[in-house]
Design a binder for this molecule. Sequence first.
Ligand code: NDP
Length: 286
Amino acid sequence: MGAQVINGKLISDTIREEVKVEAAKLQQQGIVPGLAVVLVGEDPASKVYVGSKEKACQQLGFYSEVHRLGADTTEQQLLALIDKLNNQASINGILVQLPLPKHINEKAVIDAIRVDKDVDGFHPESVGNLVIGDDSLLPCTPAGVIELIKRSGTEISGKHAVIIGRSNIVGKPVAMLLLRENATVSICHSRTANLKEIASQADIVVAAIGKPNAIDRSYIKPGAVVIDVGINRLPDGKLVGDVHYEDCLETAGAITPVPGGVGPMTITMLMQNTLKAAKKAHGLSV
Ligand code: NDP
């Protein structure tokens, strides 16, 4: 039979179109969602991500500001900029591109972002709201994972979901979101005993470990939905996920490719968060 391939590019394009329509409606009321992206230093991958975020804002008719700061920027200077953006009415979302140079305390910077403008969802209060189940801004990649599962037609409620990886930015929030969707959730990590045994009982597997092709079909129950968050570059330049895609293609019920699966969703969810923050800032329901 073979798995249904979950087309992240297509789903992402559909959501962007929805966001664009909503943004146009807001514009008629004089509201333009605004995103500020802050980049410190010259990290080449970060520069590419920031460029893509700027482009997405243009595409959707959002206002955007990109602050490109030198690698020698002090923590105090960065905190002063965040304070300014926190108080700037035209800005609804603030994203500080990570990683930051080593001399800057990342936690202090994330903590300084106003929670209602925390479109990355990394502020401790946003994390707390996510756990409690309050309607907060959700972290982008985990929210994208949930959208992919839902929009591929999978019912999450009552399913056993196994998350492989427990990072603060992917594994833990994905687990919390799946729990909110009434899945029965197991979180696995590098110390998990019998990982294969646990994973192969799952109806939904989310892999976020950062190890190329580590999850083959022996980890997958026939028919399971497999979401691959991993992005790994092989020595020959090829991009692969944490899941061995070709090997799992016949066993899985549905599977995301890399590239073209979770990847395209992250910036789209950032745009959705910015729209949501703009609506909330103007007292509109989201
Ligand atoms: P981290 O390195 O922060 O976390 C990896 C997690 O995987 C850890 O919890 C670790 O366990 C666990 N792990 C590592 N090796 C194994 C193993 N062999 N078996 C079981 N568990 C293991 O990674 P991130 O969460 O930041 O990222 C994961 C992947 O997702 C990466 O490939 C990254 O590039 C990608 N990514 C993609 C994004 C996107 O937009 N699509 C966004 C963010 C990340 P332990 O805690 O015990 O060390």
